[in-house]
Structure formats: C-alpha cells, structure tokens
Design a protein around this ligand. Structure first.
Ligand code: C2E
Ligand code: CA
Ligand code: CA
Ligand code: CA
Length: 275
C-alpha cells in the first residue's frame, strides 16, 4: 500500500517526490555511516605567527562514502544537525580527536568544532569531561570552537553551558567571526580565549584595504578584551606578512598545510619560513 501511495503521488508531483526520496536515503545513509565507521577526522595545523611552529591543530570531520568518496562537512553537518545525529557524531569526534591529540607534544593544543545543537543536548559538559578523562588530554590543551549561533539561543542556555565548559579548564574560541549578525555584542557576553577571523576577510587581504582595516580592527579589539586571534584561510606569504603586521597571533591555512590524516601531521618544526 505504501508503494502504491508513493507511485500515485509521484504521478502528480514527480520532482518533489524524487527530492524527498533522495533526502530520506541521504539521511538513512548518514545514520548508517556512524555505525559503519565511515567518518574520518582530518587535522590541520595552526601556527604561532612569530615562529611559524604549530601551536594547535584543528579537527575537521569528513565522510568516506563507499560510492561517492570523501564528502566535506558542509555537505552533511547541516543534515546531521537536523536529524540529531550530530549528538552521537559529535561525541565520537571529541573522543577520537582527544585520544589522538593526547600523544602530541604538550605545547600543541587540539581544536574541536561544536555545533549549536550539541549545546541543547543537556549533557555536553559531561561529554567533554568524559572525553578528557578517557584520553588523558589535559583540559588546558583543548579548544572548543563555537559560532555565535550558540549565543543566539533565546533562553541563554548556550551561555550557561559555555560557562560550565570553561570551568572545566578548556578554552572557548569564537569561530567565523564577522560573518554573523551582531558579533560585537557577543564579545561582551562571554570571555572567549580567542577569536577566529573568518577566511573571507583573509582571502582579499592583499588587494582590498577594507579587509585589511577589518582584520586590524578585530586584532586590536581582541587585544583590548584580552583575547587572542587566529586568522583562517592563510594561503600566501603575502597574507601572512600582512597578518603579522596587524599583530595577529596565530594563523591557519594551506600555506602551512592542508587538513590531512593524523599520521601526516608535522608538529616539531616551522611550517613556513619565519621572518
Ligand atoms: P570552519 O570551522 O570555519 O573550518 C575552516 C574551513 O576552512 C575548513 O573547511 C578548512 O578545511 C578550510 N580551510 C583551511 N585552510 C584553508 C585555506 O587556506 N583556504 C581555504 N579556502 N580553506 C581553508 P572544512 O574542513 O570543509 O570544514 C567546513 C566547516 O564544517 C567548518 O568550518 C565547520 O564549520 C564544519 N565542521 C568541520 N568539522 C566539524 C566537526 O567536527 N564538527 C562540527 N560541528 N562542524 C565541523
Ligand atoms: Ca573551526
Ligand atoms: Ca571559519
Ligand atoms: Ca564554519
């Protein structure tokens, strides 16, 4: 009967039915992917601009699909959030990344992205505490990257969880700074350790003076608030030098290394020629 109903519907609404069917299949495969262990964590170094040595590493999830190859997070994280899969997936990412990072040099931190949905799960603090305990990674070596969407929750529940997380001793980093709505006001809500300057501002640094002005302003603002800064998407030496001149402390991007498997990480030497 179910098949008949769908066939009938397809007759009238072919496009809509096909889309809905594809969406359901995608969601099913995504759930299965966690069971089948098809997710992988890739790691990208973040360097101290003064020395160009790695000071942290960001964990970035990918889906190794059996037919479609490596699928980037932008293609499945939003769906994982919609269907709630981000909760167990996020736990797996934290757990796995912490275990791997525990073997790194003690001056290299691990940065993990958290979804706003994880802040509504009710047990994020326990999940983080457990991941640290199981791996032995000291809390001070974990950076949790969040976007302002966490602070947008009307009940301020996200803010309460942030304070509980910070009490564990982990660092809270504000990601994608400048791409949201009223970012400045969020800096008053919570004492972030660091602000990540979005790659959209870095991309046009050498050619657009307005981008340089924005980067300088963010760096100075962060300094005034006693927060650090990381610039994302650094691809050229020219961009690096402009960031250095602006006083930005850390940088991340293809100039220093693309995201790759943990085994390929180089953590014991400069990743670009320091000036
Ligand atoms: P994001 O947190 O802002 O991560 C930075 C993105 O910039 C990554 O894309 C990274 O691969 C890319 N990138 C790094 N260096 C360069 C560069 O020099 N040039 C350019 N053009 N891009 C660069 P990716 O890995 O595709 O991740 C996209 C987004 O997916 C992330 O943005 C983050 O919002 C989300 N994401 C990734 N991993 C996770 C995760 O484990 N959990 C959650 N909740 N979200 C994740
Ligand atoms: Ca990030
Ligand atoms: Ca970003
Ligand atoms: Ca992002």
């Amino acid at each position: 009967a179910k098949g008949d109903g769908r066939g009938c519907y397809r007759f009238f609404e072919p496009a809509m039915d096909a889309d809905a069917q594809l969406q359901r299949e995608f969601e099913f495969e995504l759930r299965e992917a966690l069971v089948r262990k098809e997710f992988e964590i890739h790691f990208q170094p973040i360097v101290d601009i003064a020395t160009c040595r790695p000071c942290a590493v960001e964990a970035l999830v990918r889906w190794r699909h059996p037919d479609h190859g490596l699928i980037p997070p932008d293609k499945f994280i939003p769906v994982a959030e919609e269907i709630g899969l981000i909760i167990p997936l996020g736990e797996w990412i934290l757990d796995t990344a912490c275990r791997i990072a525990a073997a790194w040099p003690a001056d290299v931190r691990l940065a993990v992205n958290l979804s706003a949905v994880q802040f509504r799960s009710g047990n994020l603090v326990e999940v983080v505490r457990d991941a640290l305990a199981r791996s032995g990674l000291p809390a001070a070596r974990l950076e949790l990257e969040i976007t302002e969407s966490v602070l947008l929750q009307k009940d301020h529940g996200g803010l309460a969880v942030l304070h509980d997380l910070a009490a564990l001793g982990v660092h809270i980093v504000l990601d994608d700074f400048g791409t949201g709505y009223s970012s400045l006001s969020y800096l008053q809500l919570f004492p972030f350790s660091k602000i990540k300057i979005d790659k959209s501002f870095v991309a046009d640094l050498p050619t657009r003076s307005d981008c340089a002005a924005i980067v300088c302003t963010v760096v100075n603002l962060a300094k005034a608030l006693d927060m650090g800064t990381t610039a994302e998407g650094v691809e050229t030496v020219e961009q690096l030098e402009l960031l250095r001149a602006a006083g930005c402390r850390e940088a991340q991007g293809w100039l220093f290394g693309r995201p790759g498997v943990a085994g390929a990480l180089v953590l014991d030497q400069p990743l670009a020629a320091p000036r």
